[in-house]
Design a protein around this ligand. Structure first.
Ligand code: MG
Length: 318
């Protein structure tokens, strides 16, 4: 199965409500779609969203990296030389993790088709079902409480509540949400780097003292501040999950060696695809650090790839 053509396209999907975090506000999904065509007629699909505020990858950068570097490196290659082709994608250009992720997932799609095995089974096959949550955007407390109630009515039993924008409001936000939905729904929160380390400890312990029952907190401090992350992890009663601090497998290993977080969020767009995501999962198995699979305003193709990963490994529990 040889790769004969790399085609790119774009999708634009308006959101019903804006997606708002401490880092950005977005009104639509604007993703790049990759098709890898082969001499057997099989087509592999991939997808990448531009997330300049997080990965630095814009639409133009994703398209340019694929057209000018990745496509030239893999055209004519045999999918059956699987690991070598996956490594070529990672090595042919530095950074550009979103472009790499889009092509990587399309290659896994082809490899699964080649051997007629679902990709989650190729990667481990741990489970056939997963539990997901829904994100409540950061807004004034009353609006978030209303959004949370609507999500619970739609059947969600786990909510991810965005905080970290105007941190002085965060305890009020969580209090309003918890009062509105009662104590049966699980709440996890995501500060998206919006707090300083000491502020994070103070806010998290206030939330704990108020009995708001937070399952864990994502990325309380700046992505590069590994020492600050460790500071929070050691002093907060709420478990800490590293998200923006962990892009590569090397980042994950450093965070785990330092004991800087209790949990790690794996996202295909940060680590460059399933090949590297599996390395993070393996490191996490060694350190006993449970993982979550996240995504960044992605549509069906890349979320589907992420679900295959979540179904593949036992260490992915969130
Ligand atoms: Mg996050």
């Amino acid at each position: 199965m040889k790769i004969t053509e790399v085609k790119l396209g774009r999708i634009s999907v308006p959101l019903r409500v804006p997606f708002k975090t401490a880092l950005r506000s977005v009104n639509s999904v604007e993703d790049v779609i990759v098709e890898l065509h082969t001499d057997t007629g099989a087509v592999g699909y991939g997808e990448a969203p531009p997330t300049g505020a997080i990965t630095g990858d814009t639409t133009g950068a994703i398209v340019g990296a694929i057209q000018d570097h990745i496509a030239k490196s893999i055209l004519g290659r045999d999918v059956d030389d699987f690991e070598d082709v996956l490594q070529t994608v990672q090595k042919c250009i530095v950074k550009n993790s979103s472009a790499k992720a889009a092509v990587d997932m399309a290659l896994w799609d082809l490899y699964g088709q080649l051997y007629k095995i679902p990709v989650y089974k190729l990667m481990g096959g741990a489970r056939k079902q997963i539990v997901t949550d829904i994100t409540i955007s950061v807004n004034p407390p009353e609006e978030m409480a209303r959004d949370a109630v609507n999500a619970v009515k739609r059947g969600y039993d786990t909510l991810k509540i965005k905080v970290g924008a105007n941190p002085e409001l965060d305890v009020a936000r969580l209090t309003a949400v918890r009062q509105a939905i009662g104590d049966k729904t699980r709440i996890r929160i995501d500060a998206n780097q919006g707090w300083e380390p000491k502020q994070a400890v103070r806010l998290l312990n206030q939330m704990q003292d108020k009995g708001l029952d937070i399952e864990f907190v994502e990325q309380p401090v700046k992505a590069h501040d590994f020492a600050g992350l460790k500071y929070v992890t050691e002093r907060s009663y709420v478990p800490v999950l590293a998200d923006e601090s962990v892009f590569s497998p090397e980042d994950a290993l450093t965070i785990m060696q330092m004991g800087a977080a209790d949990l790690v969020n794996i996202k295909l767009m940060k680590c460059g695809g399933l090949y590297n995501a599996l390395k993070i999962a393996s490191a996490a198995e060694v350190y006993g650090v449970e993982c979550m699979i996240g995504c960044m305003l992605e549509a069906k193709i890349s979320v589907n790839a992420a679900v295959h990963l979540a179904c593949a490994k036992k260490i992915i529990t969130k």
